[in-house]
Design a protein. Structure first.
Length: 323
């Protein structure tokens, strides 16, 4: 076994990604990436995929899991000084139960506690026990040695740490099928919101209103020649602006004395030319781009890698020991 090699298995509703990262002399090298069709409700599908991966990796079986499924329950809980003096775990469990109206015995619940301005801010995630037990049994059956398991919010928080920003920032992370907004600072997650509106919706909106094919738009939108004024973007941009404003308002209602200092654009949001400038003009907040793909070395085609869903979150999990 080469302990410098880590497998990251990303489990989604209908797709499983396998990423191999080699840590060598301070560098992180992506040795391989593959994707498999998956039906998360069919354990045989998962068993078949993990069996194939296990045969491929052999003894290099150190593995971390990124779990991105619809049945994960996530929330932020804020406790004042009085509430945090007692049993924090008990308070967290009670809040989780009342928020989601679930039986606590049916969930594995984990949380991270952050101290901020005489409050405790707690990120909580719960996974159905039966669901997770069945998944982990399959990993054990195929002799994977498990290191960590995370949600996408955890991995994105780590990704922000690599951007070296130490102020209160709002991460605007755009995927192909969704977007997530996270307000964080000094290692603390203050709030997060996820919407089912992503880069594909932007492309479809431009195509429908301009008559230009999606492939042609893709060939232009990443380049310096792309100009928003040349394309009818109102529907997609208005939706994003509205959701960004809602996130800012929600945060400001709770932390008015600590304003958001910067936007950090990641995922497909960082790839779109001039999107940072557009947001700066609208919100009068400095915007910058960060792409964790530039923090690793590829031994595979980086263009192909960029098209894989949740690839940036997967890489962030692989860099966990470098926080």
């Amino acid at each position: 076994m080469n302990r410098n090699i880590t497998n990251i298995i990303t489990i989604q509703e209908n797709l499983l990604n396998h990423l191999i990262i080699l840590k060598k002399r301070g560098e992180n090298i992506v040795k391989g990436v593959s994707s498999f069709d998956l039906d998360i409700n069919n354990l045989k599908s998962l068993d078949t995929n993990l069996s194939e991966i296990s045969r491929y990796i052999g003894d290099n079986n150190l593995t971390s899991i990124l779990l991105i499924t619809n049945n994960i329950l996530k929330t932020i809980i804020t406790l004042d000084l009085r509430e945090s003096e007692g049993n924090i775990r008990g308070e967290v469990l009670n809040r989780f139960k009342s928020t989601f109206d679930v039986n606590l015995g049916d969930y594995y619940i984990d949380f991270e506690v952050y101290d901020s301005n005489e409050k405790k801010i707690i990120f909580v995630a719960g996974v159905p026990k039966e669901f997770l037990d069945n998944i982990l049994k399959i990993f054990v059956t195929h002799k994977f040695k498990l290191l960590y398991m995370e949600t996408a919010v955890n991995s994105l928080k780590r990704m922000l740490s690599f951007s070296k920003e130490d102020s209160i920032i709002m991460n605007i992370h755009m995927r192909f099928d969704s977007s997530i907004f996270i307000v964080a600072g000094n290692g603390t997650i203050y709030t997060f919101r996820e919407i089912h509106f992503g880069f594909e919706d932007v492309l479809n909106n431009i195509s429908e209103n301009s008559g230009i094919s999606i492939e042609e738009i893709k060939s232009k939108i990443y380049t310096k020649d792309f100009n928003y004024e040349d394309y009818p973007l109102s529907a997609s941009i208005d939706r994003l602006i509205l959701e960004i404003q809602r996130t800012i308002d929600f945060y400001n209602n709770q932390y008015r004395n600590f304003p958001i200092a910067k936007f950090v654009l990641t995922g497909q949001a960082a790839n779109i030319n001039s999107f940072d400038k557009l947001l700066s003009q609208i919100f009068a907040i400095e915007s910058l781009k960060f792409d964790i793909l530039k923090s690793v070395i590829f031994e595979v085609d980086p263009v192909e890698v960029d098209s894989i869903p949740y690839i940036r979150e997967s890489i962030s999990v692989g860099l966990r020991d470098y926080e």
